[in-house]
Structure formats: C-alpha cells, structure tokens
Design a protein around this ligand. Structure first.
Ligand code: NAD
Length: 460
C-alpha cells in the first residue's frame, strides 16, 4: 500500500481531520503556490501515465473489460492532453488580468489575481475511473491547491493503482489518495474543505452539497441525466448512425455521462433509422455482440440488475427491435434498441447509463423540443439536421449542460445535471478564487470625496 493511502478499516473522521490539518499546514507554507511546484507535479502526472500505460490498461480491463483502444483514446490520451494544455498555458493562466478602473477611484489601477483556494477534495466516479479522477486533480494542482483524491470503490483495480502511482510519483505532502466507499467518503465530507469537486449521481450529490453547506464550501457537481438525440430526416444517415453508435456503445457501452440516452425522430423516419442502426451495429460488433472485445461489460451485478429491470418493465414488452441479449455470468448486455417506448415506462424515467437505447417518435420533428423540455435539464443534447432554422431553434430552446465537449468549452451541467464546469482553463478556474485587487496612489486625493458634503460637491 502506498505511503499516502489509508487502509479502509482505519480511515475514519479522526484520520480525515488529521490529514486535512497536515495538508493545511503544508498549503499555508506556500509550497503549492509556486509555478515550479505546479509544473513539476503536472509533469509527474504525464510521467506516471506514460511509464505505467500497460498497468492502466490492465486495471481498466479488470474493472470494466474496457478495450485498449477505448482506454487509450478516452482516458489516457485525454488525460495527457489536459496535462499538456495546463503545462503550456499555466503561466498565462496565473498572470493577473489587468482591468479598467472607474473615475471614482482615479488615479488607480486594478487586476484580477487567481489565487488557490487551499485544501480541496476530489470525489470521482467509476465509469472513466482514470480520467475522471486525475482530470480535476490536474486543475487543482495547476491552480496551486493541496488536494485529496477519493477514487470510486466500484472500479477497485483503478482505485488501487491510482493510490499506488500518485504515492510513487507525486508530492505526498500536498497530494493524497484515500481509497474507500461510503464510510471513508463520509469521513472526508465531515471535514472543512475549500472546494469539493464531485462526479457521480444526483442522489449522492445532494449528500455532498449538504455536507459542504455546513462549512459554506463551494462545490462543483458533475452529474448526469437523460441526454437526448434528435434525428431529423434530411441528414447523412450513415454518418449520423455511426456517430450515435460511437457515442453510445463505443463509449464504455453506454456507461458514460454524455452518451445518448434516447433518440427522438419522426414516425415516418424511424424505420429507416432503425435499419441503419442494425446494419452499422452489426458491422461494428458482429452477429454476436456479447462476444465482442470492443464492448465494455456492465460494471457490476447491481448495475446489471438495474438495467435488466428496465428491460423487464411490462410497458416496454415487445418494443425491442435489436439486441436484448444478456450474459449474467460475464455481466454483458448487447447493444439494444427499443422503438416507440411509452413516456411513462421506467426506461424513460431514469438515466439509463448502459447499452439500451430507446427511440421515441413524434409527428413533426419540432415536437421533440417539448418532449426534451418536459424532463429535467440533461448534461448533453445532440441534434442531427441540415436545417439551419431547426439548429438555431435547438440551441435557443434546449437547456442542457452542453451541446458538445472540447477543452475550449466549459463542461458541466445545469439544473439536475450539475453545478459548475471544468475542462481546460475552466478546471483551473474551478479551483481558483478570482481576487479583485485595486491599487491606489497617494496623489490625486480629491477633497470632494469627503464630508462635509455640500450641494456643489454632489454635482461635481
Ligand atoms: P459512484 O458509484 O462511483 O459514486 C461516485 C462517488 O460517490 C464515489 O467515489 C463513491 O464512493 C461516492 N459515494 C457513493 N455513495 C456515497 C454516499 N452515500 N456518501 C458519500 N459518498 C458516496 O458513481 P455513480 O454515481 O454510479 O456514477 C454514475 C453517475 O455519474 C451517472 O449519473 C453519470 O451520469 C454521472 N457521471 C457524470 C460525469 C460528468 O462528468 N458529469 C462523469 C461520469 C459520471
């Protein structure tokens, strides 16, 4: 066990308190504030990733049977890219931003200084357990904080690898890992943090927010939701279908926060879309997708049973138009498409987070907007259309965390799908306080500002 890792049985709120105290002392010494320290830790994250790539693949395979290509593209490469952006931009991000001042303070100058928040907590989820743990940590370090990472116990191989690697490569006086589940997270949540960054579901997010409120600790909550895909009829169907498949089954077999949760299309177009999905799915994953090495398994039996329940709901009986096969011993469920599911079925009333894709149909594509807006605000929303007006209406009408994910855009939810955002510079900002600084000189101190006030002074 790494020196900075606490054993599950031992880690209680007293230990958590000691850990936070120790980190606060280190933070107060100013160690994490220097540009050089931040750069050294960011470089160490790249080094630990490059020198242990095979172990990371093995851990992700053990936790999710994630294939190497997906693990590389969606976790390792994205993580290294985040780190490289932070390394390249850090000086610029840390430089105070000069801003104009007003006549009321003339002569003066002003700037916005990004200062670290202090000691921060990152609680992460199991579906992209490597990326989602380290991506926020990169921002916390870049912004000059001391940080504790609590990876998800539901991806135990990656959790213990992270504890080992962060122990071996990073500065343990400022960066620590606590492994564990509810008890350990609860012990951590009882402490006073300067920021809590949580990725996971809305139920636990409420627990996190309640704990944070006791200390007025700000939070980022990266949650999920039912992310819709609107499919119009005037599109390149093959390209759209392939992108939907890549976003759904090619992203951890649907266990991704921004993967398409359901499709809305017109009654007339639905048969064409279903045919295209069948054709392309078979090309991607073969006739027996349960055997495909390119599809992740369901993470554990709880989630397998949860997904099975969605399919066993009487309201969707007879609605499967593709897939539906399961292998409980391997925790595998094949890509499954359902057509015309009722809106009051179970599958339409919770985030699916798995390989099931229901299609809803409407008479006119514009009706899809009302369907989406009648539910909670999703994390992501997508549209395939060639109609400019429909695209514009979609952007103006649909409230969602985002309409895509690249590092120059903030990534985060709205309403039930989350609070705050990160990626690229936004991660640095999530872990920084923007301090307003006004510099004034002794000269030019106009007496008009001071009592006794007169009508003449007021008019000046
Ligand atoms: P999870 O079960 O791994 O839980 C997340 C974290 O919460 C874990 O570290 C876990 O230990 C902790 N936790 C669980 N129960 C707790 C409790 N009672 N008290 C305190 N801490 C507790 O992950 P999950 O919630 O199943 O993740 C899936 C959800 O996360 C989905 O809703 C998905 O959309 C969302 N998600 C969002 C993003 C994003 O970036 N927005 C990314 C991935 C997943």
């Amino acid at each position: 066990m790494a020196s900075n890792t606490k054993s599950k049985a031992l880690f209680d709120s007293e230990e958590a308190l000691m850990m936070v105290k120790e980190l606060r002392v280190t933070f107060d010494c100013g160690k994490t504030r220097s540009y050089e320290w931040r750069i050294s830790q960011l470089k160490a994250i790249i080094k630990l990733t490059e020198e242990n790539e095979q172990q990371i693949y093995q851990a992700l395979h053990s936790d999710l049977s994630k294939c190497e290509t997906e693990a590389f593209v969606q976790e390792i490469a994205m993580l290294k890219n985040s780190c490289r952006i932070a390394l390249k931009e850090l000086k610029h991000w840390m430089t105070p931003e000069k801003v104009k001042t007003s006549i009321a303070t003339f002569p003066s100058s002003a700037e916005i200084v990004s200062e670290p928040l202090g000691v921060v907590l990152v609680i992460s989820a199991w579906n992209y357990p490597f990326l989602l743990s380290l991506d926020p940590v990169i921002g916390a370090i870049a912004a000059g904080n001391a940080v504790v990472l609590k990876p998800s116990e539901i991806a135990p191989a990656t959790s213990s690898l992270l504890a080992k690697l962060l122990g071996d490569y990073l500065d343990n006086s400022c960066i620590k890992v606590v492994e564990g589940a509810v008890d350990e997270t609860s012990a951590l949540l009882q402490q006073k943090w300067d920021k809590i960054f949580y990725t996971g579901n809305g139920r636990v997010a409420r627990i996190v927010m309640a704990a944070a409120s006791k200390h007025l600790t700000p939070v980022v909550l990266e949650l999920g939701g039912k992310s819709p895909v609107v499919v119009d009829s005037n599109i390149n169907l093959k390209v759209a279908t392939r992108r939907i498949i890549a976003g759904k089954w090619g992203s951890n077999n649907g266990q991704a926060c921004i993967s398409p949760d359901y499709i809305i299309t017109t009654k007339d177009y639905a048969p064409k879309l279903v045919d295209a999905l069948k054709t392309e799915l078979e090309k991607f994953y073969g006739k027996n997708p349960l055997e495909s090495k390119d599809l992740s398994r369901i993470v554990n039996s709880n989630h397998f049973n949860r997904l099975t329940k969605l399919l066993d709901d009487d309201k969707v009986s007879g609605k499967i138009v593709y897939g539906g096969e399961k292998d409980e011993s391997k925790l595998k469920i094949s890509p499954t498409v359902l057509l015309d599911v009722p809106r009051d079925s179970l599958i339409m009333n919770e985030e699916i987070f798995g390989p099931l894709l229901p299609i809803l149909t409407v008479d006119k594509i514009e009706e899809s907007f009302d369907v989406i807006n009648s539910g909670s605000k999703p994390l992501a929303a997508y549209i395939f259309t060639n109609t400019k007006k429909l695209k514009e209406q979609f952007v103006m009408t649909i409230s969602a965390g985002g309409l895509l994910a690249v590092h120059t855009l903030p990534f985060g939810g709205v309403g039930e799908s989350g609070v705050g955002a990160y990626h690229g510079k936004f991660t640095f900002e999530a872990f920084s306080h923007k301090k307003a600084v006004l510099y004034r000189r002794f000269i030019g101190d106009a007496p008009v500002r001071y009592p006794p006030y007169t009508n003449t002074k007021m008019r000046l």
